[in-house]
Write a protein that binds this ligand. Structure first.
Ligand SMILES: [Zn+2]
Length: 438
């Protein structure tokens, strides 16, 4: 696939002007990272993408996943992110939908089949034990929720307590690189707390533990920013890169801090530092609505347009959740405007070639519209969300999109797509997995 850098060289090699123009048009119509969006945008009262066929598409996709991905211990590495626990979550999430109420118990049992081997794997592997998306913590959290939904209170309590016990690990300085970020660090642990409190009720976690972890995250960000003379009051790094996006970066960390306002209030300067950091990130939003993926991509070192990342993990489709949270917290219009800019960017550049998943795929980007729909109630966003769901099943996508390394997983593969399709059917309660800002 050509990129714009190569294109400049290519142009010089052609003498024939007409041919040159044709090659340029070809390259421009096939950006390397995304499909050109030719889907019809919302027009008042249009009802092009309705709910009707999604039920059967969801069943078909679920059957593909279970036919091709055995619930074996060997496939449990990668936690919720790319391990089979993520498929367990998919079943749990689907079982909660009013559209699947008649299948609830069967869906939970099918989910448990994927959770049990993941728990066995977790017992044998202590590495990254407090990591939420990539390690054992996330597996315990989903196990607790599934057992709770099945009425097995004893097992639910056991795994809930196993999650709570891991808080101690997040309060030490023994966490690996990225000790504050979302996939393996403290922000991830807080993300799990937030999700479990939705399942088991607010206040089910020891407030002291949550407070202590939030303090660690703030202290760590202040210290790092001071040491590295960062222009942002809170800054973090993951393997020596100062990422800014949702997955490894500043945005995901700030979003989690904002999700525990009681902790911020206990330190008078903490909310001030969080707000100044959110505003710093906001100042980096580009004209087109995107956010750079790391601090070493600012200004003249910015990626070329052809190379920019419009993913949940890196870029606007992930930062949008922080801006939505900030809007709900501080009620300032600039955050809502930022969210809407993210939405327009995703509509034009969000049909990713990388696959159907939620981390760096079409479903993950479609979730931006479901967020905007819940935030504004504007039917345009629901239309766009359903248009993205529709696109995943077009021949263009089936034939030309890349196959992810873990094609049935929650974050890279079709399990995430299923969650997305379920959520497009019930948009009033839709939320990117573990990232609900409402
Ligand atoms: Zn990703």
């Amino acid at each position: 696939m050509l990129n714009l850098k190569n294109l400049r060289f290519l142009c010089l090699s052609f003498v024939n002007k007409d041919l040159q123009v044709r090659r340029i048009q070809m390259s421009m119509s096939h950006p390397k990272r995304y499909f050109i969006n030719t889907l019809q945008d919302y027009e008042k009262d249009s009802n092009l993408f309705t709910n009707q066929k999604w039920n059967s598409k969801i069943h078909e996709t679920v059957n593909i996943i279970t036919d091709r991905q055995d619930p074996s211990v060997n496939a449990a590495d990668g936690g919720l992110y790319v391990g089979i626990a993520g498929i367990g979550y998919m079943f749990y999430h689907t079982s909660l939908s009013p559209a699947f109420v008649s299948e609830k118990s069967e869906l939970l049992k099918r989910g448990l089949k994927y959770i049990i081997p993941a728990l066995k794997y977790a017992e044998r592997h202590e590495r990254d034990k407090s990591a939420f998306l990539l390690g054992n913590a996330g597996i315990y959290a989903v196990a607790a929720a599934v057992y709770n939904a099945l009425g097995d209170k004893s097992k639910a309590d056991h795994y809930f307590k196993a999650y709570v016990a891991l808080a101690a690990n997040c309060q030490t300085h023994n966490l690996p690189h990225g000790e504050d970020e979302l996939l393996v660090g403290r922000a991830g642990y807080l993300c799990g707390v937030l999700w479990l409190e939705k399942v088991f009720g607010k206040g089910s976690f020891p407030a002291k533990d949550i407070d202590e972890i939030c303090k660690c995250v703030i202290e760590s960000g202040r210290n790092y920013a001071r040491r590295h003379r960062s222009p942002c009051p809170l800054m973090y790094s993951y393997y020596d890169t100062e990422y800014l996006g949702a997955a490894h970066g500043l945005s995901g960390i700030l979003q989690m801090l904002l999700s525990f306002p009681a902790c911020l209030q206990s330190d008078p300067a903490a909310e001030q530092d969080v707000k100044a950091s959110v505003d710093y990130l906001l100042s980096l939003q580009t004209q087109s609505g995107n956010f750079p993926s790391a601090m070493d991509e600012l200004g003249r070192r910015a990626r070329s347009e052809a190379d920019e990342l419009v993913h949940w993990c890196h870029g606007a489709p992930g930062v949008v959740y922080l801006m939505a949270k900030a809007y709900r917290h501080w009620k300032e219009d600039k955050y809502l405007k930022s969210c809407l800019k993210c939405g327009d960017l995703v509509w034009s550049k969000g049909l990713l070639r990388k696959g159907p998943g939620i981390c760096h795929g079409v479903a993950g980007n479609g979730y931006v519209f479901l967020l905007l729909y819940r935030l504004t109630g504007d039917p345009k966003h629901l239309h766009r969300a359903r248009a993205f769901a529709y696109f995943v099943f077009t021949p263009t996508f089936s034939e030309e999109a890349r196959r992810p390394d873990t094609p049935y997983s929650l974050y890279e593969g079709q399990a995430g797509t299923v969650c997305y399709l379920v959520d497009t059917m019930t948009p009033d309660q839709a939320a990117f997995p573990f990232f609900d800002v409402f």
